[in-house]
Design a protein around this ligand. Sequence first.
Ligand code: ARG
Length: 584
Amino acid sequence: MLTLKNKVASLIAGAIADNFGSDILTAAELAAMLEYPPDKAMGDLALPCFKLSRSLRRSPVQIADTLAGAISDSELSEVAAVNGYLNIKTEPTSFAKRVVSDIQSQADSYGSPHTGEGKTVVLDYSSPNVAKPFHIGHLGTTVIGHSLKLLHEFAGYKCVGINYLGDWGTQFGKLIVAYKLWGDRSTIEKGGVDELVKLYVKINNEIKAEEDTSVQDKPEGTPKHSELGDASRKEFSKLEQGDEENLALWRWFVDVSLEEYQKTYKLLGIEFDSYKGESFYTDKMPAQVEKLRNMGLLEIDDGASIVNLDKWNMPVCLILKRDGSTLYPTRDIAAAVYRKGEYGFDKAIYVTSAAQSLHFAQWFKVVELMGYDWYDKLVHVPYGTVSINGAKLATRTGNVILLKDLFSEAIARVMEIAKEKNPDEEQCRRIAESVGVGAIVFYYLSNNRMRDINFMMEDALSFDGNTGPYAQYTYARTCSVLEKVGRDAAMTDAPLGEHESALAKTLAAFPERIIQALADYEPSVVTRYILDLCAAFNRFYHECSIANCENNDLKQSRIALTAATNQVLKTALHLICMQSPEKI
Ligand code: ARG
C-alpha cells in the first residue's frame, strides 16, 4: 500500500502542478495526508482536501472536483470527488499484478524500508544474571530484543546483539562460600545452572536465618549479623583482587550458566555478537567516575556519591556506595561509552522490563549531563510482566518458572500430537520444536509489549485460534499448494474477484507495517500482520480453487498470489523469531 500511497501522491502532485501551479506541495507532503478510509466502500485511499485549502486557496469541494477530473491511471478504477474528499479506488487486477511482481522481484527483501543502510544499531537484550534462574520474566527481553534485531537487520542496519550478562557482583561471593561449604564439582557438571541456583538459594536462606537469630531477644535497632554474609563479602573482595582460586571458580560458574542459556538461545535461533557482561566494565568505570567528579556533577549524600536529578523530577542516580563500590548505573554508563567507541552506534537499544524504566531514564540523563552528544541515541524499550495460569504445567524452582521448562512443556505437548500422525521420531522432534517454541513466541508477541500478559499454554498451542501453530500451518498450506502446482507463475490480466483482491491488498500492506513496527519498537505489529495475512489467504484458499481452476489465466494469477503469500509469510515469521516448517 505504501507504494500505492506514494504513487497516488505523485499523481496528485502532478495534477496540482498542472492545475494550480508548480512547487506548492511535494509528493511526500501529499503522501502524509492520504488516509485509508475506514469504510472500504468509499475507496482504498482518500485525500481530505480541506488540508489543501490553505495552500491552494480554494474550497475543499473545488479542489476535490478539479483533482478528480485530472487524475487517471491504469492501476486506479475510480477517482471521485465526494464532499471535499478525493476518494480513490484501485483497479483490482492491475493493482494485484504490480504488488505480486514487486514481491517476486524483491523476494526476501520485499517490505524492507532500507532505512538502515550504513548505520549501526547496538542491541542489549536477554542479559540474564549468572547463577540466578533464567525465568519467564526474561522471555520478553529475549524475544522482543531479538525480533528488534531482526527487524533492524531487515531494514539494512548493521546490528550488534549484546548479551550483557550479569556476571559480576556480590552474589559470586555467596556462591563461592556456598560451593566451598556444600558444593560438589561433579553434581554441578551434571546438573548445570540448576545446581548453582540451588546453592545460591540455600546460602541466601542460611544468611537470612543467621541474621534473624542475631537479633533475637536483642533490643530493637540491634544491627543484624551473619557469619556467612561476612564470609561472602570476603570472598567477593578476594575475587575482585584477582585471587586465582576464586577467579577460576567464577569463570566456571559463568561457563556452566552460559552453556545452559545457549540451549534456549539455540531453540530460538538466537546468536549474540558479544557476551561482554558486567564484569568486563570493572576497569572502565573509574574513568567515568573521574569525569563526573571533574565536571562537578558528583555530590556526596550520606557518604555515597550521587548525581542529583531533582531538576528532572527524578530521584538521585547512585554512582558509588559509601564503601566506594560501584553500582548498576555506573556500569551502564561505562558500558555505553565503551560501546560508542567500539561500534560507533547510530542507536543503542536496551530491552528490559518496565520495572527498570527509571534506572534507564536516570543514567541516560547522566550521560547527557556528562556532555556526550550521543545521549539521544540511547533508547530504552520496556515491556510488561508475564504470569502463568495453571502453574502446575511447569516445574517450579522456588517461585519462578524457568524459561527452558516453559519451552520443554510446549515441545512435549506438540510431540505427543505429532507422534500420532508421524511415526518418524526424529522428524517429529524437529516439528515439535519449531511449533512448540513458535507457539510461545507468537503468543507472547501477539500483545503490545507494555501489556501485562497472563500466559495460557492451552491457548498458545491451539491450532484454531490466532496462534503460532495456526500461522505456521497456514504457511505449510501455501507450501503444499505450491508443491502441487509449481511456483513459477506470473499474474495475468484475468479479472480478479473479491478474495484475490483482498489478499493482494493485505500483501501490499506489509512494507508499511514494518515501518510502524520499527518506529514503535513493537514486534507485535508484525505478529498482527501475520494474522491478517493468514486470514486473507485462508479466505482466498477456501473460496477460490487453485489447482482445479478451469480458466488457465486465472489459475496462473492464483498460483502467483499463493507464491507471494508464501514469500511474505516466511519473511514475517522470521522477523518475530519463528521458524516456518514446510510441513506440519
Ligand atoms: N541483568 C539485568 C537483569 O537481569 C538486565 C540487564 C539489562 N541491560 C543493561 N544494560 N542494564 O535485570
